[in-house]
Design a protein around this ligand. Structure first.
Ligand SMILES: Nc1ncnc2c1ncn2[C@@H]1O[C@H](COP(=O)(O)OP(=O)(O)O)[C@@H](O)[C@H]1O
Ligand SMILES: [Mg+2]
Length: 251
């Protein structure tokens, strides 16, 4: 597998607190990589380094290398807006804008200069189709995004992220606020999306990682304990701490 993200000796500090310790990791293209581990082990922190969301936290200091498609994303000449277009993000709580369904999806493309109405219509439809939401909303595109259920709102947020044609989609516990049926829908959707996008997902639910990811990375106290093919990591973990965690002895 070709890797699209290459992380080497990454250290991240929040003031004095050493949150990521010597993290090195390759993330394969067009596959699902899951980050698992107990609360507070650094999963979200590492995910946020991949589109420089940590830039918004003033106490953050970062050392080491993060390359995406061979570009050093922390170098001074990187355009953060362009990076975030390439690397989209979906959060734990669905967070649609207080706008119509249509305008939520059209927001990013408009921001990046698409003005033509029929072109926007096409992007909105394709994005909603990819997010498996089109059939449910096609007759109500002018309605507020808040009229949708939580699960639909989360699929709308995925459509919004897809609409700017990212290469990578980051998902931080994107199903943990949803009911089991909506969770299943998103899991199916994510598996379809990996044909087109590289997906990196944080989940505190290791069963979810086992169900849908291709690679799994297990974190503890800001360090990677083990990274491997998902099936291998869950069937024959190499480290005793991984084994303890996946067998439910802590976490
Ligand atoms: N903005 C922040 N300022 C200071 N410490 C933080 C901040 N965000 C996270 N941390 C700390 O960094 C560690 C890792 O947090 P996080 O990446 O959110 O873990 P996870 O997503 O695995 O639960 C935790 O100890 C957390 O308290
Ligand atoms: Mg987290």
């Amino acid at each position: 597998m070709t890797s699209i993200i290459h992380i080497e000796n990454l250290n991240l500090y929040y003031d004095q607190f050493h949150a990521l310790k010597n993290v090195s990791l390759d993330i394969p293209e067009k596959a699902i990589t899951a980050f698992i581990g107990p609360s507070g082990c650094g999963k979200s922190t590492l995910l946020r380094t991949l589109n420089r969301m940590n830039d918004m936290i003033p106490s953050t200091r970062i050392e080491g290398s993060v390359q995406i498609a061979n570009t050093e994303i922390y170098s001074d000449d990187v355009h953060v807006e362009a990076l975030r277009k390439q690397v989209g993000m979906v959060f734990q709580q669905p967070n649609p804008f207080p706008k119509s369904i249509y305008d939520n999806v059209a927001y990013g493309p408009r921001l990046h200069g698409v003005k033509n109405k029929s072109q926007l219509d096409e992007i909105v439809e394709q994005s909603l189709r990819q997010a498996v939401l089109w059939d449910e909303v096609k007759d109500f595109l002018k309605r507020s995004a808040f009229s949708l259920s939580g699960g639909q709102q989360q699929r709308l947020c995925i459509a919004r992220a897809i609409a700017v044609q990212p290469d990578i989609l980051l998902m931080d516990e994107a199903t943990s606020a949803l009911d089991p049926i909506s969770t299943l829908k998103i899991e199916e959707l994510v598996q379809q999306l990996k044909d087109r996008y590289t997906i990196v997902m944080v989940t505190h639910n290791m069963h979810q990682a086992a169900r849908i990811s291709d690679r799994t990375v297990f974190f503890l106290n800001g360090e990677i304990v083990e990274a491997d093919d998902t099936q291998k990591l869950f069937s024959t973990p190499q480290d005793a701490r991984t084994e303890d965690y996946i067998s439910g002895r802590f976490g």
